[in-house]
Design a binder for this molecule. Structure first.
Ligand SMILES: *Cc1c(COP(=O)(O)O)cnc(C)c1O
Length: 425
């Protein structure tokens, strides 16, 4: 992060572009991503996997689905993990070939399944027995063969935020691992289904390798069992979930490096003779983006100072939803001798939870000043809404000394265009 967003002559830059220059041109708030960071994190992840044999990276679009971001990654060879027809269409439009796309998600509609089959994607990750039969029925109607991989619920806690763990038995995701052999047995005899492998994804922002190790061991046991009963598995999709560093000043929750993560894959599954697929999202994009906002007011409450900014929870919901930490960078480099004060950085939305940073120690903020929320490249813009009828904010992509608006701010007219009055009004 700090490598791609640095102070030059005391002003925060994205690569060689000054953040205040972008703010002047597009207004605030806005998201700013850098190409160099996207390329760095993708290449870092990919090079860590060398030595694992045939590995394919399927970038999880839900982390950041801007077409320019996806195209940047596609140009590096990335495939895609999509969870809706919208994401599938965007991945195709960004230039990712159907055979590099996997489709995950616990509730794919019949229309989405039909579209995926007509597109000819690599595989559908099946999350329930009922979904398997639906896919079979649609594939039969379309007279095609559906490539499916079974998403396994491993009954393992990823030890991350409780809203980000996805493979405990009480979670909605995947098929109970004990049921996999019998389901596989009944699926392989069907002419319109081709079972191509197994899939898992245990959660997100995982910072302990132990949870990955446990889940990969369980996958290995399952494969051994299936192989012994004459059901060979040749492809393994291990999902995403590798955590990133959000608070560089904290020693807690240090995420493992992709190299250590790859070593765990090698130790647990290195000899299983499977092609490996991975679905990283956050790791690739989180620290490639900032949310830039302007201070509107500084308000002294009875026992607190509130720094009220023009971005809000509808633009970046992670602090409200998960209590997530985002570092706050002043756009003007703070001098080391500057005093600090403890403030609450809050947005203008009429919700008490619209707080970006409760009780944060910052150099004194003043109205009109620009601030940047760091680590906002993942699950920022993609989770935004228009709550309070606030317009979605622009997204900017920087490359070297250039920047481009990759999503513009809609006009109010555009925002209201889908609404209409009934005839009786
Ligand atoms: C969200 C998700 C991912 C990406 O997770 P990250 O934590 O962003 O790496 C990958 N696969 C599936 C199925 C997901 O739901």
């Amino acid at each position: 992060m700090r490598k791609f967003f640095t102070y030059r002559n005391g002003i925060l830059h994205a690569e060689s572009v000054s953040i205040p220059n972008i703010a002047e041109s597009v207004g605030t708030p806005f998201y700013c991503y850098t190409t160099a960071a996207l390329e760095h994190y993708y290449n870092f992840f990919q090079s860590a996997l060398k030595g694992l044999g045939e590995v394919c990276i399927h970038y999880a679009l839900k982390a950041n689905a801007n077409i320019a971001v996806v195209r940047t990654l596609a140009n590096l060879g990335a495939g895609a993990d999509v969870v809706s027809e919208g994401e599938l269409r965007l991945a195709l439009a960004a230039g990712i070939s159907p055979q590099q796309i996997v489709f995950s998600g616990v509730g794919k509609t019949p229309e989405e399944i039909a579209f995926a089959l007509q597109t000819g994607i690599l595989q559908l990750n099946v999350e329930s027995e009922a979904e398997l039969w639906t896919i079979h029925r649609i594939a039969t109607t379309l007279n095609t063969v559906a490539s499916v991989s079974f998403r396994v619920n491993l009954d393992i806690d990823a030890k991350t935020h409780h809203k980000m763990t996805t493979s405990r038995k009480e979670d909605k995701f995947g098929i109970e691992w004990r049921k996999i052999p019998s389901l596989l047995q009944s699926a392989i005899s069907l002419p319109h289904l081709k079972v191509v492998g197994l899939t898992t994804h245990i959660g997100s922002q995982i910072t302990n390798l132990q949870s990955f190790r446990k889940s990969f061991m369980r996958m290995r046991d399952l494969i051994t069992q299936l192989n012994a009963s004459g059901l060979p598995i040749r492809r393994l999709d291990l999902g995403g979930g590798l955590g990133v560093l959000y608070d560089p000043d904290s020693a807690a929750d240090l995420p493992p490096s992709p190299t250590a993560y790859a070593a765990v894959i090698r130790e647990t599954l290195g000899d299983c003779h499977c092609q490996i697929l991975l679905e990283p999202g956050r790791f690739i994009v989180a620290n490639a983006g900032l949310l830039v906002t302007r201070v509107l007011y500084v308000k002294e409450g009875s026992n607190k100072i509130f720094v009220i900014v023009d971005a809000a929870m509808n633009d970046l919901i992670r602090p409200s939803l998960y209590g997530a930490f985002h570092a706050i960078l002043p756009i003007t480099e703070p001098r080391l001798d500057m005093s600090r004060q403890t403030v609450d950085v809050v947005g203008p939305i009429c919700e008490t939870s619209d707080v970006f940073a409760p009780q944060r120690s910052l150099t004194p903020a003043f109205p009109g000043e620009l601030l940047a929320l760091d680590g906002a490249g993942a699950y920022g813009a993609t989770m935004a809404s228009t709550y309070n009828l606030r317009r979605l904010v622009p997204e900017i992509l920087v490359k070297g000394d250039k920047f481009s608006i990759i999503r513009r701010r809609p006009s109010y007219k555009e925002m209201f265009a889908l609404e209409s009055l009934p005839p009786w009004l």
